[in-house]
Design a binder for this molecule. Structure first.
Ligand SMILES: [Cu+2]
Length: 442
């Protein structure tokens, strides 16, 4: 069926081309020149421009009526400022859109080809140049200054009584941190990140946990390497050779101390030989290529270096001030959903563990990239609780949402977190129930 339609279209196009050719040939026979276009033709073309203009304007207006209200109501103080800025730009652009297109199409109609009209030679006009340079400059300056002003207001320093919330991104989820009762965030270090300390908060327990974890890894790797068959066989052969050679030496060499030492050494080697033989017979023995063996050795080296870094962190932080070191003990860590009180200024601090993500909270009109190694920030003042918004939108399922707005990997779509905006009392009650990080373990 599709093929048939395609065939009809192709044949139709060929037929039209042939007809046009015949028309051209017949025109030549009738003594018409190709560039001679009749008055009726130009009038038709000109009128079609006008028709097209009305279709364009009509569909544009229809789209605004149909889809113009695409944004949900803004639920933050600066959200209204953002919307006003957006609307200001939109109105300006739409106005220009109608003016420029009207001029374009009306002039195409009005100044269509006329045999009796002579073109006016008009090379330059200073006044016109001035008008179309100065007016756009002023308009653009207004747009830029207005935009910058709004942006600075949104991203400027937060007030002292703002609630600070840390939003931490990684492939592929969000973690949110609130400061504990001391109202300060604990220092963090990426070397301390473990499954039980996802933000790498620096505390004694955090340091111990990280060291323990990497020491366990090192021990496990060393166990595997120790039981590698090739290396065991080589060591065995070496010891056997030394033991054989040692005997010979004992006969030919009369150095007393040397043979004494050999005796001690010999027992040690015998023990080792016994261990190797036992290992070789056990099911612990592994077989590895040289490359695999070296890779494991390299891994041990890197883990030891990692430990070294943690150890360096320890005295430095402790020396600089115990407060900074232990302040994270009561930080609260939240996943999957976080709460905010209504009517308060919230200062978000964004951090990232792996790649650049973008924290996007559409109802707060807030978006900020999260960059590894560089904390970014954004402040928001909440204005509408989740419950009120559910009433406004007449949608009992509604939830504010935090999304990732940067294509950050295969499960990017999965990076979302619900936000609940509620009264201060409810928020306080909720926060006090959240997990206190690490301190909880003791
Ligand atoms: Cu992401």
């Amino acid at each position: 069926m599709k093929l048939l339609i395609l065939l009809v279209i192709v044949v139709g196009v060929i037929a039209l081309a042939q007809l046009a050719k015949i028309y051209q040939l017949s025109a030549r026979l009738r003594g018409h020149r190709e560039e001679e276009i009749s008055e009726a033709d130009t009038r038709l073309q000109g009128s079609l421009w006008i028709v097209f203009m009305f279709v364009l304007f009509g569909t544009t207006i229809w789209q605004f009526v149909r889809y113009g209200d695409y944004l949900p109501p803004s639920a933050s103080l600066h959200g209204e400022a953002v919307d006003t800025l957006l609307n200001f730009n939109l109105v300006l652009i739409i106005f220009l859109f109608f003016v420029i297109n009207a001029v374009l199409f009306v002039f195409s109609y009005k100044y269509r080809y006329d045999k009796n009209r002579k073109a006016h030679f008009f090379p330059h006009d200073n006044r016109l140049e001035l008008i179309w340079t100065v007016i756009p400059s002023i308009v653009l300056a207004i747009i830029i200054i207005y935009g910058l002003k709004t942006w600075t207001e949104m991203t400027g320093p937060a007030s002292d009584d703002a609630i600070r919330v840390e939003v931490y991104s990684k492939q592929f989820d969000w973690t949110v941190r609130y400061s504990g009762d001391n109202e300060e965030f604990g220092a963090t270090n990426f070397n301390l990140i473990t499954s039980s300390n996802p933000l790498g908060i620096i505390t004694q327990e955090g340091v111990d946990a990280a060291l323990l974890k990497s020491n366990q890894k090192i021990a496990k790797l060393k166990d595997v390497l120790r039981a590698e068959k090739g290396h065991l066989l080589a060591e065995k052969a070496e010891i056997e050779q030394i033991l054989d050679g040692g005997d010979n030496h004992g006969h030919s060499n009369d150095d007393h101390s040397h043979s004494q030492l050999s005796e001690e050494h010999k027992t040690h080697l015998m023990h080792r030989l016994h261990d190797i033989e036992e290992l070789l017979e056990s099911d612990k023995v592994t077989i590895m290529s040289d490359a695999a063996y070296e890779a494991k050795e390299d891994k041990i080296y890197r883990l030891e270096r990692h430990n070294q870094r943690i150890m360096e962190l320890k005295p430095y932080e402790l020396g600089e001030g115990l407060d900074a070191w232990e302040v994270g003990k009561d930080d609260r860590i939240v996943k999957s959903e976080f709460h905010l009180p209504v009517g308060r200024e919230i200062e978000f601090v964004f951090r990232s563990r792996d790649v650049i993500h973008s924290a996007f909270m559409p109802h707060f009109r807030a978006q900020m990239n999260t960059v590894p190694g560089l904390p970014t920030r954004f402040k928001v003042t909440t204005t509408i609780t989740t419950d009120s918004m559910r009433t406004i939108l007449d949608n009992p399922e509604f939830n504010y949402i935090l999304l990732c707005n940067k294509i950050c990997g295969s499960a990017h779509f999965n990076m979302s977190m619900n936000i609940v905006v509620e009264t201060q009392e409810k928020y306080d009650a909720w926060l006090s129930e959240q997990k206190v990080y690490i301190a909880e373990k003791n």
